[in-house]
Design a protein around this ligand. Sequence first.
Ligand SMILES: Nc1ccn([C@@H]2O[C@H](COP(=O)(O)OP(=O)(O)OP(=O)(O)O)[C@@H](O)[C@H]2O)c(=O)n1
Ligand SMILES: C[C@](O)(CO)[C@H](O)COP(=O)(O)O
Length: 235
Amino acid sequence: MTDKLGVVVVAAGRGSRMRTQESKQYLLLDGKPILVHTLELFDRLEAVSDIVLVTGTDDVERCRGYIETYRLRKVKRVIPGGKERQDSVYQGLLALDGEVRWVMVHDGVRPFAAREHIAACLDKAIETEAAVLAVPVKDTIKIVDGEGLIQATPDRRSLWAIQTPQAFRFSLLRDAHERAREEGFVGTDDAMLVERLGVRVAVVEADYYNIKITTPEDLPWAEWIIRHVRGERES
Ligand SMILES: Nc1ccn([C@@H]2O[C@H](COP(=O)(O)OP(=O)(O)OP(=O)(O)O)[C@@H](O)[C@H]2O)c(=O)n1
Ligand SMILES: C[C@](O)(CO)[C@H](O)COP(=O)(O)O
């Protein structure tokens, strides 16, 4: 790939569902902050030229320190995020190198995306303009109304749990964010904003290890993954 590829890693959330004093992205996993594990994933990918890290306003300095401590060569900027995840991604897009033509957006608290899946997501985006990693859901999903009564049971064969990274042509994602901002729309992932433009987003099957560390029971699972899965992948 000759076009420049940028990555926006968003880590400006509070992690309220984790219920720890320290925001979850800074909790240690195998002696290193979760966020650093995530940054290392992308820093080591040859195709990536520019990483922007988006953090909480009070965490910018500590995260700049990570660049030297952990020798993160491609993290070019650390900037403060916004109120919603979507605002943080938008700030990241604005801060990317102007020559970037493709972009991947990734959650700072998803440290276990497999290299082969990241590459497959990018390849698919280059082919189709927009692609996301995902896994088929394992449970039966119900739509439940405000009174706790089941309204519908969607066909599970069409349900996928969406992950990151999500990869896009840079100009497409920037336009999608600008349109959403103009229209006051807030989505829970970036693909939603692109879908609103009428563009089809491709789904690339990943694995169930690419968890978003969100609630306390994810932590022992993350420790297990780092011991039993990650080492194997890197060898
Ligand atoms: N205003 C925000 C909110 C979220 N994020 C980031 O988006 C990713 C996915 O969000 P989530 O897991 O929901 O993180 P939090 O918002 O921190 O968690 P919670 O909703 O439990 O507070 C995280 O890496 C988080 O730091 C962000 O950059 N800016
Ligand atoms: C982008 C995402 O990780 C895809 O699953 C997810 O939507 C983030 O959602 P959250 O509300 O920030 O947990």
